[in-house]
Design a protein around this ligand. Structure first.
Ligand code: ADP
Ligand code: MG
Ligand code: MG
Length: 249
């Protein structure tokens, strides 16, 4: 489903990813773990097509189609979703309207009709309950004045509403308590099926107690330096990243 081949990414004239290859088959959840600054967020921005993340070599394909020539909106229309490590605040735009606009933009790009007001309200209220956000928060400006944990809940609400084919969670677990981690697990596990894929980026093992990955990859020095099963995450929890940092240097 998602295939990354020999990806090199340069940001501000510095090469951050140096030949990263990764394949996530449909229906699987893969975790990316790695030390701070190893390029995890850079990878997520490269996949979603953020400006200034220059691809100098390699390719990223979704269902066999290269994403490189597509702008971020086209990639979103193909079903890519990124939950940001540091979610933005958007003053002046009510949360409800922000999410409805995103949903309708995606539908329009796919040649589908806009969601009706009644269907939208029903869906967002149901999903807000699952992520633990009150109706009152949905009426407030998007993320403005929300706590770190509430912003992460909002990211999960957007993902649940947009129902991506491929979801990327960039350190969604950072700053979350156990109840919130369970909520993230609930949202991802509810969406897991044979056709959707997920990339769960995390610095710590604990989220993976709730979102069970099929494969775990270690990113260090701009490349995947180790891949295996969930035992890798447990080993990292015990021994840290030293071994990988040294071998990548
Ligand atoms: P991680 O998410 O694994 O902590 P990042 O992908 O955020 O790592 O960053 C990887 C490296 O790229 C870091 O050394 C960081 O300073 C650098 N970097 C990331 N974004 C930029 C940018 N916009 N401009 C310059 N350097 C950047
Ligand atoms: Mg970081
Ligand atoms: Mg990061």
């Amino acid at each position: 489903m998602l295939k990354i081949e020999n990806l090199h990414i340069t940001v501000d004239e510095t090469e951050i990813l140096k030949g990263l290859s990764l394949e996530v088959p449909a229906g699987e959840v893969h975790a990316i773990m790695g030390p701070n600054g190893s390029g995890k967020s850079t990878l997520s921005y490269a996949i979603t097509g953020r400006e200034d993340y220059e691809v100098t070599h390699g390719d990223i394909t979704l269902d066999g189609e290269s994403l490189l020539e597509m702008d971020p909106n086209e990639r979103a229309a193909k079903g890519l979703f990124l939950s940001f490590q540091h979610p933005l605040e958007i003053p002046g735009v009510a949360t409800m309207n922000f999410i409805r606009t995103a949903l309708n933009a995606q539908r329009k790009a796919r040649g589908e009709n806009e969601v009706t007001a009644a269907d939208f309200l029903r869906a967002i209220r149901e999903k807000a309950k699952i992520v633990g956000l009150s109706d009152e928060k949905l009426k407030r400006p998007f993320n403005v004045g929300f706590s770190g944990g509430e912003k992460k809940r909002m990211e999960m609400l957007q993902m649940a509403m947009l129902e991506p084919r491929f979801g990327i969670l960039d350190e969604t677990d950072s700053g979350l308590d156990i109840d919130a981690l369970k909520m993230v697990g609930e949202v991802v596990n509810e969406m897991r099926d044979g056709s959707r894929g997920f990339l769960v980026i995390t610095h710590y093992q604990r989220l993976l107690d709730y979102v069970k990955p099929d494969r775990v990859h270690v990113l260090a020095g701009g490349r995947i330096v180790e891949s295996g099963g969930p035992e890798i995450a447990r080993e990292l929890e015990e021994h840290g990243y030293d071994k990988y940092i040294q071998s990548a240097a």
